[in-house]
Design a protein around this ligand. Structure first.
Ligand code: MG
Length: 204
């Protein structure tokens, strides 16, 4: 099982990271051991002083495919989840400054938090028109709609599969909207998809 993540898939987030919006999708990967299934408790890692949340829609790949045409990509998923691409921003900043890979800042144990999956059929809306938000201690910190993605889920799947064979169970974190920021011990996080509470965890 692979965990693929997309970089800068919402223009306002690219702006807040002082980066240009990409012309084609950019991916990185987390190890499968990064997965942490909510509801859960997150232990604040000892190696960072700047742990940050990135709320993202997560797609689960349902069957094997490579070189998937754009028009067929929708046949490879039927459910979504909310996830947090947890980031040790201080480590990532240092890695970026040194032009080094950022694996440790984004791939550490527990850095890929994911909610239970729900089918698009049960939501009753297309994947490219889903509203979602994140509250920390009841204050909304991120709020977006998947219609604002630079690259749609189908485009991500089609593009990625030109290079890497996708297999059933693979996850794709589709990128964070604007509003990323720090979390600290004692925080309670609640992710909502189409008004439905779906992702919950606390930090100790
Ligand atoms: Mg991210």
């Amino acid at each position: 099982m692979n965990i693929f993540c997309v970089v800068r898939n919402y223009a306002p987030h690219a702006v807040e990271m002082k980066s240009a919006p990409p012309v084609e999708p950019i991916f990185f990967e987390k190890p499968h051991t990064a997965l942490l299934v909510a509801p859960t408790t997150l232990h604040y890692p000892e190696f960072t002083q700047d742990l940050q949340h990135e709320l993202e829609l997560v797609i689960r790949i349902e069957r094997t495919g490579s070189h998937i045409p754009l028009a067929q990509a929708h046949q490879y998923y039927h459910s979504v989840a909310l996830g947090i691409d947890l980031t040790a921003r201080d480590l990532q900043r240092n890695a970026k400054a040194a032009s080094m890979p950022w694996l440790l800042s984004k791939g550490f144990d527990g850095s890929a938090i994911v909610s239970p999956f729900v089918t698009l059929e049960s939501i009753g809306k297309p994947i490219d028109n889903l509203s979602f938000s994140l509250q920390i201690n009841r204050t909304t910190v991120q709020q977006a709609n998947s219609s604002d993605m630079l690259f749609t889920p189908s485009r991500l799947i089609s593009h990625l599969s030109q290079y890497i064979t996708l297999t059933a169970g693979d996850l794709i974190y589709t990128g964070t909207p604007a509003g990323v920021g720090p979390i600290k011990r004692g925080d309670h996080l609640l992710g909502t998809l189409e008004g439905r509470p779906l992702l919950t965890f606390c930090v100790i």
